[in-house]
Design a protein around this ligand. Sequence first.
Ligand code: PEP
Ligand code: MN
Length: 358
Amino acid sequence: MEKNILNNSIDRSWIDKWNKPLIISGPCSAESEKQILETAKKLKNSYVQIFRAGIWKPRTRPNNFEGIGKEGLEWLKKVKKDTGLMVATEIANAEHVRLAISFDIDVLWIGARSTASPFTIQEIADSLEGEKDKIVLVKNPIHPDLDLWIGSLERLFGKGIRKLGVIHRGFYTYKSSQYRNQPNWGMLLNFRSMLPRVPIICDPSHICGNKEGLLNIAKKAYHFFRCEGLMIESHCSPDNAWSDAAQQITPDHLMEMIKKLNVCDRKNEVDLDSLRILIDELDNNIITLLAERMNIVKKLGILKKYSKIAILQPSRWEKIMDKSLKLGRDLGISDHLLKGIFQILHEESIKIQNSILK
Ligand code: PEP
Ligand code: MN
């Protein structure tokens, strides 16, 4: 599909009617009517426009709480009636869509695991056909595949859905990282340059996986990368939450955080500071990779010690250097830079292995 057609035909009326940022908040999971109503009533006075709660929970491992199911839809209906907030939940198959529509849920979001599956997205899109007033938000797929993300929008668009938006919730990394899911602001900038009219919402909760990092990510998202909204998980009693307890905050905490966001100071374009954030994220990744490399160097040192192999293997080192310089040239990095970096890396690796040998 022509990206221009999608971009130009997006209906932004649902988001343009609100002051920015749009705040979506509520618990990770609906647990009881009391928890839902108590949380929603408090959120009503905390700048929140849309109340979220997961009814069906896609859990990575079995035997965890997988959501309260249909019963929770009654509670969301009650939230709407009692607070006037719009309500949102995650849908992952045709049956969820059918039920959510029958309970008049205003906003449906598609979770990261579902976005990764074209069959699932097509099933959801087919079952939404004709629902032109539904707001549908698509979380980024678990892995950073921009085409897959845009492809999901195209499948929904193809069935007549126009009130679309996306949610950046970060990307899974196998290796350790300071985040639960690594943000990718550079990819967000690419997304915006391809589809500038599609609203982007950021979900700091699933990026951080903790409460402490939320404000920092919310600031980056809103001020530097101009996300139009934030989805932040909140719970009336976060420590007792049945899922994602570590990252949920109380409605009062959310209100404080939004005050600290200083929403009026927003920048109008990507500037020097935004680019510096991109550099900082990349530097963090480089350091994490270096730590991983050094761990393997240690393992090699132990193996060499017990196998009585010399620490310095000149032919192996030459091979590393040759292939690194070649890759660098393909990517436009000078021999000078790479030679310098690899020389230091090599010296450090030998030092580490020598200390193991002793
Ligand atoms: C959620 O929003 O609770 C959720 C499960 O999100 P994600 O799909 O981003 O993991
Ligand atoms: Mn969650």
